[in-house]
Each structure stands twice: as C-alpha cells, then as structure tokens.
Ligand binder design. Structure first.
Ligand code: COA
Length: 147
C-alpha cells in the first residue's frame, strides 16, 4: 500500500469509493459541515491510498495551528475505505499516514469527531488508538490520538 496525492487520475475513483450498507450516515458528522464553512483550503491535507494501481481509500486532514477551533487544529477530517477493501488494514494505514504528517508538522496529537452508533466507525477509531475526550454540541464523540 502507498499514499499518493489527489490527482486528476485518482479523483474519479475516490468519488466512486463505495460504502457498506448503513455506513452512509457516519461519513460526514455535522461538526465537520459547520466547520467547513470557515475552513481554509490551504490547511487541508488529502491523500489517496493505493493498493497496486487500485484506489482503495481516501484520507483527509486539516492542519491549522492558528485555527480558532481547538479540535480542528490537527484533525482527521475524513477517512473512507472502499467496501470491498475494509477490514484489511487500509484504514489503519491511512490514519498512520495522517499521524506521520501531523508529527512532521510538529503536532503532538490529532483529533477526530465521529457519531457513535451501530455500523459507525467508533470501534475502528478506538482500535487505532484514539481515546474519547469530549462530546460536541451535536452529540458526536471527540477523540484524541497522542503521537
Ligand atoms: C471506518 C473505516 C475507515 C475503517 O477502515 P478499515 O480499512 O476497514 O479498517 P482496518 O482494516 O484498518 O481496521 C483496523 C481495526 O479497527 C477495528 N475495526 C475496523 N472496522 C471495524 C468494524 N466494522 N467493526 C469492528 N471493528 C472494526 C478492528 O479492530 C480492526 O482490526 P482487525 O480487522 O484486525 O480486527 C471504514 O469502515 C469506512 O470507510 N467506513 C465508512 C466511512 C466512515 O464511517 N468513515 C469515518 C467517518 S469520517
């Protein structure tokens, strides 16, 4: 597996990544939609995960030490693994890539926000090392991964 930058040749495949039934509702927690209105595209970090030549996942983070929202200064914004490639370590690989980038930029942790619930990503985030530390006003869990 390797990570590459989003490009004209991968963007179509990224948009076509599939989900398992029931996962749709967990992809975009409300907090992210609200924050997106004030997020600077220049602070966004996006990578595509390839296995051979196949696009199997996508990961997006935001790194903004000057940001006014604490949990969004170093944050996992989105991680998505194709339905057929799930439970094979792709998601962990994606989080590790994001964690490495955060470390290179001098951050000591990354945050994530997710909706708890059956079929959601909670077990995954706990398995890769995030600890629940807070809850948002929309009832999402705020997780923190120390680097
Ligand atoms: C969450 C998601 C990214 C996980 O990706 P993945 O490649 O399947 O995860 P991994 O194979 O790296 O899993 C690592 C560990 O997390 C845990 N885990 C992952 N998915 C799990 C699930 N559905 N149920 C229970 N545990 C799970 C397991 O401990 C797993 O290790 P194991 O397979 O050796 O038991 C993927 O399910 C997905 O794309 N979901 C839909 C989109 C989404 O909800 N994204 C998060 C919100 S932004």
């Amino acid at each position: 597996m390797r990570v590459v930058e989003l490009s004209a040749s991968t963007i179509v495949a990224v948009n076509a990544l599939s989900l398992k039934p029931g996962q749709e509702q967990f992809v975009a927690p409300i907090s992210y939609s609200v924050a997106a209105a004030v997020t600077n595209p220049a602070t966004t970090w996006q990578r595509v995960i390839l296995e051979g030549d196949d696009v199997v996942g996508f990961v997006q983070g935001n790194f903004d030490p000057e940001g006014d929202q604490d949990y969004f200064k170093s944050v996992l914004w989105r991680v998505n693994v194709d339905a057929d490639a799930q439970r094979q370590g792709v998601g962990k690989f994606a989080v590790d890539a994001l964690a490495g980038e955060a470390r290179d930029r001098g951050f000591t942790h990354i945050n994530v926000m997710y909706e708890p619930g059956e079929g959601g990503p909670e077990k995954f985030f706990l398995a890769v090392g995030f600890t629940p530390i807070d809850e948002t006003e929309y009832g999402e869990v705020v997780g923190r991964l120390d680097l």
